[in-house]
Design a protein around this ligand. Sequence first.
Ligand code: NAD
Length: 247
Amino acid sequence: MAGQPVAVVTGGAEGIGFAVAERFAQAGCTVVIADLDGSKAAAKAAAIGPGHLGLAMDVADEGSVTSGIAAILARHGRIDMLVNNAGIADTHKPTVDQDNLAFERIVRVNLQGVFAVSREVGRSMLAQGRGAIVNLSSIAGLSGLPRRNAYGAAKAGVAAMTRSMAVEWAGCGIRVNAVAPGYVRTALLAELIASGRVDQARLQRRTPMGRLAEPAEIAEAVWFLCSPAASYITGVVLSVDGGWMAF
Ligand code: NAD
């Protein structure tokens, strides 16, 4: 599949990331799914069609990121698009019951992971003089959701880092944007609902459109921001939230 854009999706084996992988494949990209479990990532890559790649990567582990990105570059020669999607949920405990270890883990995956992968991919995009990056922020990073200290801080950090990298690389042919989803019907959210940490009926009442998002609706916005249709857009944090931030 030489000549087709190469797109890397972290955390692409499930949920929003898998919907993004499917959407980018449909648009003609060669997709690389980078996720914790390498054989699951490979199976999911095979499920979206021939020629796509799945590999093991832990975005919270610098060595894993460095070797994973090097392996992708060795195989495909370049990376044209990067979607920093890998993320984990917060503990949803009251602030006074939270501990530093859990806080650190959430920030390490959700914020430092975006930094580490962007840095490695950014080097090759700078060398080739073009590229597009989309980071997954969240309404939790743009508003004040209770018991989401670490998650909200990490996602606010992702929005800030998006703008910072966008301005730094704007003259180098690299665009950097973010999507901030509202509540999306994925395994991550299903687990929060099942454990009683999130009340689905309350969420739907709070969302002006009255429903959760489907992963494909987030993937569409991610694809738009990566695609040539968004050629003059950089440094934007696009809420895709059924009106949550407007209310
Ligand atoms: P999910 O749990 O369904 O899938 C997350 C994927 O990321 C999994 O495949 C998992 O294995 C992978 N992953 C987790 N830690 C990783 C690591 N250290 N390295 C590599 N891969 C890792 O989650 P989702 O709901 O699809 O969320 C995807 C992104 O969207 C996350 O960044 C999340 O914070 C964000 N988001 C989700 C929602 C929502 O309502 N689901 C809302 C706003 C933002």
